[in-house]
Design a protein around this ligand. Structure first.
Ligand SMILES: C[S@@+](CC[C@H](N)C(=O)[O-])C[C@H]1O[C@@H](n2cnc3c(N)ncnc32)[C@H](O)[C@@H]1O
Length: 229
């Protein structure tokens, strides 16, 4: 049997060795150094919250510790990220629940469960929006909120796509071989149209410019939308 290599094997590994703490702040922007925080998610006390593509679950841990949700479910499909998140934050159970699953599969199994769903350059960036956004709409309770941070342009500065198409971007196998993975980097109006088609309402998009000129810096689109009541 062949298995798909975990292309997130290396991501965040070095940081997890030196930084095991719960972050004191929630940041959306690519540079993680400015912009709004958890208030974008609305009231969280007593709410059921899901992080789609949570990685090491740092943002989810922050919400669990500082915002008194009923629970935060940190969903990630990568075995390596699941293991990392578990090693760092399993101690925050039951308020933080770390789940290894594809986001679409998870959302389809959790109809009308979530008050808030969010993604910080997570599953929303790496999954076909025509699958993920309708699944998110059905997993939210009526009036529930989706918020996500995504790239406003490619990391090599190429412009975002004018329609829903993915690009192959560089990635590495666990063994360090060069490969590619799909990433959806879409113009603002393309996200709005895709969210509208998935049944969302009250769609807002804010753009936060990069705070430095260095390679790998990028502007962030911060998108919010609601499932109609
Ligand atoms: C760039 S990382 C971001 C992680 C985290 N949100 C952060 O800010 O550090 C993207 C994450 O999304 C996860 N991911 C991508 N597509 C996914 C999907 N369809 N379902 C679940 N997780 C997914 C990857 O495994 C990876 O951990």
């Amino acid at each position: 049997m062949t298995t798909t290599p975990d292309l997130w094997h290396h991501y965040g590994r070095a940081r997890a060795e030196r930084d095991r703490g719960v972050p004191g702040a929630f940041r959306w922007t690519w540079g993680q150094d400015d912009g709004p925080g958890a208030e974008v998610l609305g009231e969280l006390r007593g709410r059921v919250v899901g992080d789609l593509g949570a990685g090491a679950a740092r943002q989810a841990a922050h919400l669990a510790v500082h915002h008194e949700p009923a629970r935060v479910v940190a969903v990630d499909a990568s075995p390596a990220q699941y293991e990392m998140a578990t090693g760092l934050f399993a101690r925050l159970a039951p308020r933080l629940r770390i789940t290894r699953s594809d986001a679409v599969r998870h959302l389809e199994a959790e109809r009308s469960t979530y008050d808030v769903l969010y993604s910080v350059f997570g599953a929303v960036d790496f999954t076909d929006p025509r699958e993920l956004l309708p699944a998110a709409a059905t997993a939210l309770r009526p009036g529930g909120r989706l918020a996500f941070a995504t790239l406003a342009h490619y990391l090599n500065s190429a412009p975002a796509q004018p329609e829903v198409v993915a690009a192959d971007i560089p990635a590495k196998t666990p063994e360090g071989e060069e490969t590619t993975m799909r990433r959806w980097v879409l113009q603002e109006q393309v996200w709005v149209k895709a969210l509208d088609a998935a049944g969302f309402t009250g769609i807002t998009v804010d753009t936060f410019p990069a705070t430095s000129d260095g390679p790998g810096s990028a502007a962030t689109l911060l998108v919010t939308a609601e499932r109609p009541r």
